[in-house]
Design a protein. Sequence first.
Lengths: 348, 348
Amino acid sequence: MDDHSKRPIPAPTGGERPTLKTIAYMTGLGITTVSRALKDAPDIGAETKERVRLVARQLGYQPNRAGVRLRTGKTNVIALVLSIEQELMGFTSQMVQGISEVLGGTQYHLVVTPHSFEKDPMVPVRYILDTGSADGVIISRMEPDDQRVRLMTERNLPFVTHGRTDMGIAHPFHDFDNEAYVYQAVERLVKRGRRRIALLAPLSRFSYQIHSRIGFERGLVDFQATEVSMGRMTTETPLEEIRAYAERLSRLPEPPDAIISLSGSASIALVAGTEAAGRRLGKEIDIVSKQSAEFLNWIRPEMLTVTEDVRHAGQELAKAVLARIDGVAPELLQSIDAPVWSPMGPKD
Amino acid sequence: MDDHSKRPIPAPTGGERPTLKTIAYMTGLGITTVSRALKDAPDIGAETKERVRLVARQLGYQPNRAGVRLRTGKTNVIALVLSIEQELMGFTSQMVQGISEVLGGTQYHLVVTPHSFEKDPMVPVRYILDTGSADGVIISRMEPDDQRVRLMTERNLPFVTHGRTDMGIAHPFHDFDNEAYVYQAVERLVKRGRRRIALLAPLSRFSYQIHSRIGFERGLVDFQATEVSMGRMTTETPLEEIRAYAERLSRLPEPPDAIISLSGSASIALVAGTEAAGRRLGKEIDIVSKQSAEFLNWIRPEMLTVTEDVRHAGQELAKAVLARIDGVAPELLQSIDAPVWSPMGPKD
DNA sequence: AAATTTATCTGTAACGTTTCAGTTTTTTGC
DNA sequence: GCAAAAAACTGAAACGTTACAGATAAATTT
């Protein structure tokens, strides 16, 4: 207690939040030494480090984020850029949860930045770039030629995408294998005797629209089925329009005997439309759907579903940005989840 | 250009992010003057303010958050504390969206902090308090006697709750009127000839369990109906258990002729269970449900539903914390949303 | 015309951290 | 035994901002 008085005397502490200064005072060391001890620098004695760490733990010391950020530019923030047009059924909560599980073990905070994708997808990215408000970014709704990816790559901002691009830039991503999903869907449908299949795909601007189309067309050829057009319907068409279209389709002389959907909520409308036309799931028609939460099977057990594990996606995305921030090569931070089919009632 | 050289010369600027120093240099003013001009302080000349504002806008100046935070302690962060046990069906995304819409027009960022409510609800609150990491907090899953409310009030941390408490502390809140919802549900059911009603309520620890029970019991008395017990089922019971219970209930000699549910996803299980027992919605039984996204009506148009506008709740909550931060009295920041019934197919 | 006010403006210090360039002490080399 | 090197530690400066306590010049009062 008294041998501290010989030292340069920083200042005794109040009941406030402890800082490096507090620890320096308690240990009788310099602020610099404490700082370096806590980051395990090589020029600090082993015994000193131990002592500093002990006192720090004792005081419940937590580095002041503003101090670190001001000095180093490191924000300890991961930004999740969400489109407000995104599917509602549990997508966001699961994504946030997955990311948080990974971030929970770190100093990183998660800042959520929703915005209208339709209006201008670049806005949030430019904001983050201009203000340096995040160390890493997670984006979704990828396009084959994506300006956000181009800009962040150019400006060296670590990021990861939920979905792939196709522009010759290697970047971290996590994706669901929509091609395999649709291909396997066709296969299963044909095995169940279906031949005339419709595909409710995403908007054509998105990468996964292309993937699902490729899977679909490969499937049609490999398993000998034919396509029934969904017209201008996409997964983002208002549900009522989808319902109406599905009903019209069902009343055609030669209606589809199966529909493959890439959106859980759109599938609800498909079911409503086909049933309104008197066609029964599992009998006259099969509907296959991807979903982000297990709810379709509760509604219609006859439905064939694949549940995209969005929580797992969130985990992978978070791990990838963190690794990217740590300098891991983009090529090593790419993963694709295979579709997992829900066990089905009837047969199969 | 040259008259700047007579001045104290801060330093010419690179291509970096503009700071007060940059503006000071460009205008030939002192850093303090620029700072005060931008906050419209009374001791700065009108013409000077104009000039500073112009240059600031020109440069796209944005105050450095770390600088402000370090100096003033103001984080410009609102923390949304989410329970991972929260209902999945769109709740989080809508809440986040609503909050963001309000925060979008401000300097505030939204940090999302999920955690296990079951484990210890105090953890995130204590963290925010200890690290001063937010200017305001939004919490949900309120209990009548809520320790989080007690602590934040005591420590003077602005917050708002989604749901009410009952402990004699006036604090900002936004709530959905669950009492009115259940009361009106009973009324509608009785008008449709139902008499034996079951209530699937939340866990008893939560405030809205009490509200829904009160509404229920008032309804039973006022409209002369009787209760059929839901046993130990709550909205948080695993769906499969709810389904099984609903089926068992439906096979009783005197089954309920109506069920009121406080959770959209739980209702799916209720429907599955009752239908498995051969009872048809709108015929032998009515199911009334609250939901946070319009999806039950797509699945079973016969269902009576109220959709809680979670996006609107998010907006109200965000407005309330901001107002609280600005010193508005808690009593003025309390609001309750009345239930809005979806138009129904059959009659009514 | 001198003294006071008023209107504008400004330098310094501090918030908590890390980097840089040392300084002091101990150990090693020969 | 003494120079050189290694080990352990440290103060000053800086990141961008704002509060404080002036400073300067112009306008007003007496």
